[in-house]
Design a protein around this ligand. Structure first.
Ligand SMILES: Nc1ncnc2c1ncn2[C@@H]1O[C@H](COP(=O)(O)OP(=O)(O)OP(=O)(O)O)[C@@H](O)[C@H]1O
Ligand SMILES: [Mg+2]
Length: 644
């Protein structure tokens, strides 16, 4: 018990080293949040876990009244429970002395019932208040986690699987909730009940108390040893749960591929193997419980044996009354719960601390492209300048962009073509401010992007990424995503410009059609055009469409690009395509190869002077098939679009 009390004092009164960022708990600004302690907590060491617990301090401070009310009710329940053995003592003693009357016995019974009713009422109150507190912590942590996730960038999601994040938001948060709810309740209950019962036992007979509690230090010692092992084992269980979650997520997300490649059985087998590992890890954890609880029970029974032997003698010798003996045994029973609860509390706290350190590691991750204090400005013209821009993906040896120079005046329709892997998507990503760039390399409306806020640039761009992202909602929702309060008329206008209106109108529920998980009910081309309509509706000065029409045929692509161009009249538009013909009307076409711009100009100039360009163009036009640059045998669209 001393160990746990010390542990508790350390946790709640230590300065929270890892807390740096200001955040808000229940609307009020407090000094909380997850700071740079990530490195410490990432090691998963026990110290790291316990340190993360200090993250909860603001919640305890903020809800002090709720906690005070909850703990007071809990203490009242404990006191009332401790009162019942006193009634037993009175009844047994009066029976023994022969002074008991039926009326007295009935009165005692009524006391017990009234006490039980009061216990039930106060128990209801503390459960509401204290478990409510743990839910508040859980909800707030979940909200903060989600908001924080939204601030993280591509670099983070390249390293972390969605399964890991989902496991944190479910299993780990539940552990924290259990620790802050049941864990705290059990600890306070155990300590208070334990001490009070101990006091009553001392009052009855100090020597008997000493004898009865002699085996208890063994229990505390065992709990200490076993709980120190819980941490590592529980961490393994949580990690394996992340693996399982990610596997299910990715299998279901690419269900078409799994079926097309007839991989159902293989995937099931892999899942079963992962499940077995999960079970094995859980069994190792259960082994500790399997030891802890029976041992606690055994020690409790050993105490009981000692009380029967020594207490019985004391009654015989008249040192204590039979009523005292009965009451003493009742208190010993009461003592068993605190002793066992301490083992359980240790586990709940270990789990909670482990989970909290995992959550803190996430919360302390900062986007590589952190929002600086740079001012927000409105980019109205949409003029882009790129000066000798090189870019290398984190951890890659070779650069994906090499000394790119581009001038994209306001209102230009710029086409970008190039072989697969030439760096087209990378260029779009960098332009859209998804990755950091050095100073003096990228300018919007003449302003260095590093001198203005990231939000200023992003809110000037409507970007259609190569991997189309749709939500499992209605078509109207998907098109209007990002545009607050768009009318159905505006949605339709954007859909017409993206040449998808007719197809939507032909659907039984039109724009209210739900498109299934990630748009599974739509064709690849339909998904792409819905994503384009979404970007057009945004009405931003710059529109970037990365291979957004690869799933339609060349003729249709040409027509749609014409329609997009007239819709965007006066705005800057960058369209990447693996086919040249649809882009012939662009003001300029950039030809990329090996991360470089190898040529740039109007279509007719490129045809005249660039042999590579003209040969590909003629080849595509003559063959009459949707053959992409760099693709010798078929449409690149098969590779570059649709479900991944
Ligand atoms: N997230 C990434 N991390 C590391 N390397 C990457 C990443 N994305 C792309 N690359 C590399 O950068 C280079 C350029 O890729 P990019 O996606 O820009 O080509 P692309 O021109 O868009 O090709 P495609 O026509 O197939 O879409 C490739 O060599 C690719 O392997
Ligand atoms: Mg690409």
């Amino acid at each position: 018990m001393v160990y746990f009390i010390t542990e508790l004092i350390i946790i709640f009164f230590r300065e929270p080293k890892s807390i740096v960022a200001g955040t808000s708990v229940r609307g009020r600004s407090v000094r909380a949040g997850f700071g740079l302690g990530g490195a410490g907590s990432k090691d998963g060491g026990e110290g790291g876990s316990w340190r993360s617990v200090s993250v909860l301090k603001p919640y305890f401070r903020d809800h002090v009244l709720r906690l005070a009310g909850g703990f007071s009710s809990l203490v009242v329940v404990d006191l009332l429970q401790l009162y019942i053995p006193r009634i037993f003592k009175y009844v047994v003693d009066s029976l023994q002395k022969g002074i008991a009357t039926p009326g007295g016995l009935l009165a005692s019974g009524c006391y017990i019932i009234l006490t039980a009713i009061a216990i039930a009422a106060f128990r209801f109150i503390w459960r509401q208040l204290l478990f409510g507190f743990s839910r508040i912590v859980e909800i707030d942590l979940r909200e903060r986690m989600f908001s924080h996730l939204l601030t993280l960038d591509k670099a983070f999601f390249q390293k972390t699987t969605i399964g890991e994040v989902m496991a944190l938001a479910t299993n780990d948060l539940s552990s924290v909730q259990l620790a802050t709810g049941m864990g705290v309740v059990a600890l306070v209950d155990a300590v208070f009940m334990g001490l009070a019962a101990f006091g009553f036992m001392l009052y009855i007979h100090p020597f008997l108390t000493f004898i009865a509690l002699a085996p208890m230090p063994i229990l505390a010692f065992l709990t200490r040893i076993l709980s120190s092992r819980l941490h590592g084992r529980f961490k393994k269980v949580q990690e394996q749960f992340s693996v399982l979650t990610e596997f299910v997520r990715s299998s279901l997300a690419s269900i078409r591929l799994v079926k097309a490649y007839n991989q159902e059985e293989h995937q099931s087998r892999l899942f079963a193997q992962m499940g077995e590992t999960y079970v094995r890890n859980n069994l190792k954890l259960a082994y500790i419980y399997g030891t802890l609880f029976p041992v606690s029970g055994l020690i409790g029974n050993a105490s009981m044996l000692l009380v029967l032997i020594f207490g019985g003698r004391l009654v015989i010798s008249g040192a204590i009354t039979a009523g005292d003996f009965v009451a003493f045994i009742s208190y010993l029973f009461i003592m068993t719960w605190p002793m066992m609860a301490l083992g359980w509390v240790a586990d709940l706290f270990q789990r909670g601390a482990t989970s909290l350190s995992r959550i803190e590691a996430l919360m302390s991750t900062r986007a590589s492209l952190a929002e600086s204090s740079a001012p927000s400005v409105r980019i109205g013209r949409g003029e882009i300048r790129v000066r000798r821009l090189s870019f290398r993906y984190p951890g890659q040896a070779a650069p994906s962009l090499n000394e790119i120079d581009l001038n994209i005046p306001s209102g230009m329709l710029l086409g970008i073509v190039g072989r697969t892997g030439a760096g087209k998507t990378t260029l779009c990503n960098v332009l859209a401010r998804l990755f950091p760039v050095p100073d003096g390399r990228l300018f919007f409306d003449g302003l260095d992007v590093n001198s203005i806020s990231i939000g200023s640039v992003r809110s000037a761009i409507a970007y259609v990424p190569q991997d189309v992202v749709l939500f499992s909602d209605t078509i109207a929702f998907n098109i209007a995503f990002g545009t607050q309060g768009a009318s159905i008329g505006e949605i339709e206008k954007a859909a017409r410009a993206a040449a998808i209106h007719e197809e939507i109108a032909a659907m039984p529920q039109g724009y209210a059609t739900r498109i299934g998980e990630r748009g599974i009910k739509l064709s690849g081309g339909q998904r792409q055009r819905i994503a384009i309509a979404r970007a057009l509706l945004l009405s931003r000065p710059v529109v970037i469409i990365d291979d957004g029409l690869s799933a339609v045929d060349m003729e249709t692509e040409h027509t749609i690009i014409g329609s997009i161009a007239s819709y965007l009249e006066g705005r800057t538009c960058i369209i990447v395509s693996h086919r040249i013909a649809p882009l012939v009307d662009a003001h300029e076409i950039v030809v990329m190869e090996y991360g470089q711009v190898v040529d740039q100009g109007a279509h007719k100039d490129l045809i005249d002077r660039n042999a590579f360009y003209s040969s590909i163009f003629r080849h595509q036009a003559l063959s009459g098939v949707d053959q992409g640059i760099g693709s010798a045998s078929g449409p690149v669209s098969d590779v570059t679009s649709g479900e991944r």
